[in-house]
Design a protein around this ligand. Structure first.
Ligand code: HEM
Length: 416
């Protein structure tokens, strides 16, 4: 199938401005051309991989399909601006998602233990406090708010600041640069900034933190990265700042997008909301279903290192492949009733956190954060309803809702 309109749609930020829009496109691709050669104007071509099994197979073979050469969809024009800004280097940052082995394993190992369930559980109390503060702020809105902007946007950022050890006063600045970084093509989110500028602002901020921690080490992830050694030497400033950028940026919008998109799914599926309220022990499963449903990361790329065949198509060395996670997460060969939001879905082998060696380092942290948040929300807030049209960020890479207007009531149990 070679339809230029399809190719333009895959690359267009606008396609991702609604769940319906993106899923109409990807349902058609899964049915008609699941390994689709894509040549959108203004972009280097790539294969769009839309089936769950294929995404997992490719991500599993991390030596045949590598990350470094191209990690995400950027226009040719933008790619040349990056090279210009970076003195010939093709990327703005070099974090673990831009690395392959052996470096990937060495760098991932540095912080891996901090993101394992045992360590993350030690943060439960502090995360609980941040969740309670978010719900306090919601209740202070007196029955109506924009759930995304007034309630959830700061919560995951605060959790990531907690784990990194970044003081509170930097919160607003970090939020602004993160939103500019992930605004995609959406002018409302970029606020006049540009991605290169936003990345530089990020790198500058964290370079300062790294220097500070090298002089005054504390017990947090920031110190760990700033003072880490790889192959017997201190890691470079570029790699250290890139590591921070990856954790802070990836740990923030993904989670707030899932919280807001998850609540919208509950509002739109009142039976599921009732089921969850009656069975709060289903919240962990519901959170996984929210990640599947929202799939806030729309893609990551891989690049082939050798010739292979996938569903009859020949993939050649140097070919790029887009892993379309939202599509894989609606694949009827992997999920029963993929278009139904089911809070106790089991099994739920979604790829919303990716798969293989690059699978999300922060997935346990994200899940615990979201479980704690929904426990607090459902215990203290009742009668949640939409009061206007929700709006989604138009971005082909990472994002979710940018507006979720709701009305609500403080629950009687919480007021007693
Ligand atoms: C709901 C929340 C989240 C979602 C849906 C999500 C999703 C993803 C996805 C799809 C990937 C790519 C996996 C692949 O290439 O196979 C990824 C990687 C990554 N995520 Fe997350 N993420 C979330 C939360 C977090 C948090 C809280 C952090 C940080 C603490 C984080 C840090 C990272 C990092 C550093 C990587 C790169 C891992 C690597 O290349 O080895 N993410 N995430």
């Amino acid at each position: 199938m070679q339809d230029p309109l399809v190719d333009e749609a895959i690359a267009s930020h606008k396609t991702y401005g609604s769940l319906e829009g993106q899923h109409a496109l990807f349902s058609m691709l899964r049915r008609d051309d699941p390994v689709h050669w894509t040549e959108p104007s203004g972009y280097r071509p790539f294969w769009t991989i839309s089936k769950h099994r294929d995404v997992m197979e490719i991500e599993k073979q991390n030596d045949k399909f590598i990350n470094a050469p191209r990690t995400k969809l950027l226009s040719i024009d933008f790619e040349s601006k990056v090279k210009e800004a970076m003195g010939g280097r093709p990327m703005l940052v070099r974090a673990i998602n831009q690395m392959d082995n052996p470096d990937h394993a060495k760098y991932k190992k540095l912080t891996h233990a901090w993101f394992q369930p045992k360590q993350v559980r030690l943060l439960e109390e502090s995360i609980g406090k941040l969740a309670r503060e978010s719900i306090d702020r919601m209740l202070a809105h007196d029955g109506a708010c924009d759930f995304y902007n007034d309630v959830v946007v700061r919560f995951p950022l605060k959790v990531i600041m907690l784990i990194l050890g970044i003081p509170d006063e930097h919160g607003q600045h970090l939020l602004d640069i993160t939103r500019a970084y992930f605004g995609g093509g959406d002018p409302e989110m970029q606020r006049g900034s540009d991605l290169i500028g936003a990345t530089m602002a990020y790198m500058d901020f964290f370079r300062g933190i790294a220097r500070e921690r090298r002089n005054h080490p504390t017990n947090d992830v920031a110190t760990l990265i700033a003072t880490a050694e790889v192959d017997g030497s201190l890691i470079g400033e570029f790699e250290a700042s890139s590591y921070f950028v990856a954790l802070a940026s990836a740990g923030h919008d993904t989670t707030s997008a899932t919280l807001a998109g998850g609540l919208l799914a509950l509002i739109q599926n009142p039976d599921e909301m009732r089921k969850l309220r009656a069975n709060p022990d289903m919240i962990p499963a519901a959170v996984d279903e929210m990640v599947r449903w929202v799939s806030p990361v729309k893609h990551f790329f891989r690049t082939a290192t050798e010739t292979s065949t996938l569903r009859g198509k020949t993939i050649r060395p140097g070919d790029h492949l887009m892993m379309a996670y939202p599509s894989a997460n609606r694949d009827d060969e992997a999920f029963e009733q993929p278009f139904s939001f089911i809070v106790d879905r089991n099994p739920n082998r979604h790829v919303g956190f990716g798969f293989g060696i690059h699978a999300c380092i922060g997935m346990y942290l994200a899940k615990i954060e979201m479980v704690i948040f929904f426990r607090e929300l459902l215990a203290r807030v009742d009668e949640i309803a939409l009061t206007g049209e929700p709006a989604w960020i138009e971005t082909s890479f990472l994002g979710g809702l940018k507006r979720l207007p709701i009305s609500f009531k403080a629950s009687e149990a919480a007021m007693a």
